[in-house]
Design a protein around this ligand. Structure first.
Ligand code: NAG
Ligand code: NAG
Ligand code: NAG
Ligand code: NAG
Ligand code: NAG
Ligand code: NAG
Ligand code: CU
Length: 284
C-alpha cells in the first residue's frame, strides 16, 4: 500500500492540481494499543482504555504534561542549516472539502541566514467558519503527498523524537514538541485568513537530517483532525552559491510513523528518496 508514496517525484508537484478528488468519508477509529506513532510511550501506570482517532490523529488530546518527551528526548536546535528555501503551495482542489470553502495559499521555509533554524512565512486563506470547524491546525507530515492528492498518505507528523501527539505541545517549551507540529509551537489558525512569520529552531534544511522538512509535506486539519488540504514542500531556486535547488536529492533517514486505519505504528520498509526539481522564477 505504500508503493505510491515511496517513489514520488516532487518537482513541480505542488504547482499541479490534483485530480478532482472524491470526497473522503473520515470514520473515527479506536486506537487500542499504545504502540503507535500517535501514542508512543505512556508511563506503565497510566490507565489506557483506547483512544478515538481520525486518520491516525487523536480526536481528543490527553492532558498537558509539563516537560513530557518521547524516548528521543527533546528536539535539538538545528544549527548550520545550509542556505535553501522550500515552499509548499496548496492545490486548487482541496482533498476533503466538507465545508465547501477552498483553502489556498502557501508556506515557505528558508534557512535562517546565520544557519540556526528556519524562517517560515505562512500565507493561507479561504478558511471556513472557525466557530464551526476550527481552530485549524497544520503540521509538517512524514511523507510527501502522492500524485493523486491523497493527504492521508502523508502519514503522521514529522516527529524525530517520537513524542507522539497524545499530550498536547506546550508552546512555552517547543523543544518538547513534535518537530513538525507547527500549529502547536507557533499557534493555531483562526479566522478566514492566516498570515504569520516566525523562526522555527527545530527543523532543518539539511537533506538526510531527521529534522529535514524539504522533502515532506504540510497538512491542514479541521478541529476534529480531518485532513482538509495538503501540499509538498519543493525547493525554490535562489541566487545562493550553495547547492540549493539544483536537483537536490533528499533522503529521509528517520523511519516515518505509519498510520493504518487504526493508527498503529509500523515501519515503512527502507528509505524513500524524493527527487526535487528547480522551481525557477517562482513568485512567492
Ligand atoms: C526537555 O525539556 C523540558 C523543558 O525545557 C525539561 O523540563 C525536560 O526535563 C527535558 N527532558 C529531557 C528528557 O531532556
Ligand atoms: C469532522 O469535521 C468535518 C468538518 O470539518 C465534518 O465534515 C466531519 O463529518 C467530521 N468528522 C467526524 C468524524 O466528526
Ligand atoms: C541566529 O539568529 C537567531 C535569531 O534570528 C538567534 O536566535 C540564533 O541564536 C542565532 N544563531 C547564531 C549561531 O548566531
Ligand atoms: C488514501 O491513502 C490512504 C493511506 O494510504 C488509503 O488508506 C486510502 O484508501 C486512500 N484513499 C483513496 C481515496 O485512495
Ligand atoms: C488548537 O486547535 C486544536 C484543534 O482545534 C485544539 O485542540 C487546541 O486546543 C488548540 N490549541 C490552542 C492553544 O488553542
Ligand atoms: C537573483 O538573480 C536574478 C537574475 O540574476 C536577479 O534579477 C535577482 O534580483 C536576484 N535576486 C536576489 C534576491 O538577489
Ligand atoms: Cu497534521
Amino acid at each position: 500500500m505504500f508503493a505510491k508514496t515511496l517513489l514520488v517525484a516532487m518537482g513541480g508537484m505542488a504547482l499541479a492540481s490534483p485530480q478532482d478528488y472524491p470526497p473522503t468519508t473520515v470514520p473515527v477509529s479506536t486506537l487500542s494499543t499504545v504502540e503507535s506513532g500517535v501514542l508512543p510511550y505512556l508511563p506503565t501506570q497510566t490507565p489506557f482504555t483506547g483512544l478515538e482517532t481520525i486518520e491516525g490523529a487523536i480526536v481528543y488530546d490527553g492532558p498537558v504534561v509539563e516537560g513530557f518527551t518521547g524516548p528521543g528526548g527533546n528536539a535539538s536546535i538545528q544549527n548550520n542549516n545550509p542556505a535553501a528555501t522550500y515552499v509548499a503551495i496548496l492545490p486548487s482542489t482541496n482533498f476533503d472539502n466538507p465545508t465547501g470553502s477552498l483553502i489556498t495559499g502557501s508556506i515557505t521555509g528558508a534557512a535562517n541566514p546565520n544557519g540556526t533554524g528556519v524562517l517560515f512565512t505562512v500565507n493561507f486563506a479561504g478558511f471556513p467558519s472557525d466557530t464551526l470547524y476550527g481552530p485549524f491546525v497544520y503540521h509538517v507530515h512524514n511523507l510527501p503527498v502522492s500524485s493523486d492528492g491523497n493527504c492521508t498518505a502523508t502519514m503522521g507528523h514529522l516527529d524525530p523524537t517520537d513524542r507522539g501527539e497524545y499530550h498536547p505541545c506546550e508552546n512555552i517549551a517547543p523543544e518538547t514538541c513534535q518537530a513538525g507540529d507547527l500549529a502547536g509551537k507557533h499557534g493555531n489558525i483562526t479566522g478566514t485568513t492566516f498570515q504569520v512569520s516566525y523562526e522555527e529552531l527545530y527543523l532543518s534544511t539539511t537533506p538526510g537530517s531527521p529534522y529535514f522538512f524539504g522533502d515532506k509535506s504540510v497538512v491542514i486539519h479541521s478541529s476534529n483532525t480531518t485532513r482538509l488540504t495538503c501540499a509538498n514542500f519543493t525547493p525554490v531556486a535562489t541566487n545562493s552559491t550553495s547547492t540549493t535547488g539544483t536537483g537536490t536529492t533528499g533522503t529521509a533517514s528517520a523511519t516515518p510513523s505509519s498510520y493504518t486505519g487504526a493508527a498503529v505504528k509500523g515501519g515503512v520498509p527502507g528509505m524513500f528518496v524524493a527527487v526535487g526539481a528547480v522551481l525557477g522564477s517562482l513568485i512567492l
